[in-house]
Ligand binder design. Structure first.
Ligand code: 8YV
Length: 329
């Protein structure tokens, strides 16, 4: 039997599925430090990760390893140059999380715009004595301009929901999306600068790459309207969190919603001192149905990539399909 490592606690029934095909080493404890991950990968043929960094050193120490299946659509935890150089396949879990993640983007954006978290903390603290005409004034979503940075599958799902709010949709992306999609979403392609100047609500849905590091920093925040909100459901590091704290403190922008953070699960402690922000612990895809679908898709990818099951040799979501069938190097 081939050997696999499941690097994180996941649904036990998915582990049972994997056990039908593999000898499974399952980490049910804390997140493994890099050296432990490397050590436990050393004798494995495949692995299932969820955001765990896998780079050249781990691959070199695991000569039998042929596939690493990430239970996430984002795979910035994989050093893909090292995967390609070693002929190791990486897989991810796109699509199954689009709608849950788009829903959550709206939840955060609405919470930021209408000061949901801030007012709830105030109420819980026993501070509510009387109605006030100017209590927790926020900004409208209905009829406003939505700016989507990153018009991939999740960005499109998010933009599609804007119709019911009668919003104007503007977007920025590496490249323009197909005209039919623009027409369906009634979305206008604009430069990043124009988007930041014009949008009432900016949502970030782009993948993390070196080039996207601090896509939103002090200079970009300075372009935004003072009444605008910023929501990040993409990756930590896309926003310069220190610059965002400064912009929120000085009311350079009105509010923010963050589900992802630089260096998470540790946060820039200053974020916790700013009232006009909603903070959630990377849960945009976290519905029961979606997390189950992601875990099962990650298992499907692993089973197929290791030549087992009904799709043997044809994993549904290869990131670097060119390495399929090539010998490990
Ligand atoms: C994952 C995510 O739950 O899919 C992604 O890229 O950010 C989340 O849905 C998280 O990355 C853990 O793997």
């Amino acid at each position: 039997m081939q050997k696999i490592l499941v690097a994180r606690p996941i649904f036990p029934d998915v582990i049972e599925r994997l056990k039908q095909y593999f000898d499974v080493d399952w980490n049910q404890g804390e997140v493994m430090p890099a050296d432990e991950l490397t050590r436990r990968l050393a004798d494995k043929d495949g692995a299932l990760t969820a955001g765990d960094p896998v780079g050249a050193a781990a691959l070199a120490a695991a000569p039998r390893l042929r596939v690493v299946s990430n239970m996430a659509v984002g795979y910035n935890n994989f050093d893909m140059a090292a995967f390609n150089a070693s002929n190791v396949l990486g897989t991810n879990t796109p699509d199954v999380l689009n709608e849950s993640t788009a829903d959550f983007g709206w939840a955060l954006m609405m919470a930021a715009a209408r000061r949901l978290a801030e007012s709830e903390h105030w109420l819980r603290a026993g501070k509510w004595q009387k109605w006030a005409y100017d209590g927790f004034l926020g900004s409208d979503l209905y009829g406003s301009t939505l700016g989507v940075v990153g018009m991939g599958r999740i960005g499109q799902a998010l933009a599609r929901r804007a119709k019911g709010f009668n919003m104007q949709v503007i977007y920025h992306n590496r490249s323009r999306v197909a005209l039919e999609i623009e027409a369906e979403l009634n979305a206008e392609y604009v430069s990043k600068q124009d988007l930041l100047r014009r949008a009432d609500h900016v949502v970030l849905v782009l993948p993390y790459t070196k080039e996207n590091h601090h896509t939103i920093g002090a200079a970009e925040l300075a372009l935004m309207k003072p009444s605008a909100t910023l929501t990040n459901i993409a990756r930590g590091g896309i926003v310069d969190d220190a610059a965002l704290v400064e912009a929120l403190r000085s009311k350079r922008i009105a509010a923010a919603g963050l589900d992802v953070f630089e260096g998470e699960p540790k946060l820039n402690p200053d974020l916790l001192t700013v009232p006009n922000i909603v903070l959630t612990p990377h849960i945009a895809s976290a519905t029961e149905a979606t997390r189950r679908a992601m875990a099962n898709l990650a298992a499907d990818n692993l089973i197929a990539a290791l030549g087992e099951g009904p799709r043997a040799g044809r994993p549904p979501n290869p990131i670097n399909p060119d390495v399929i069938g090539k010998a490990r190097s």
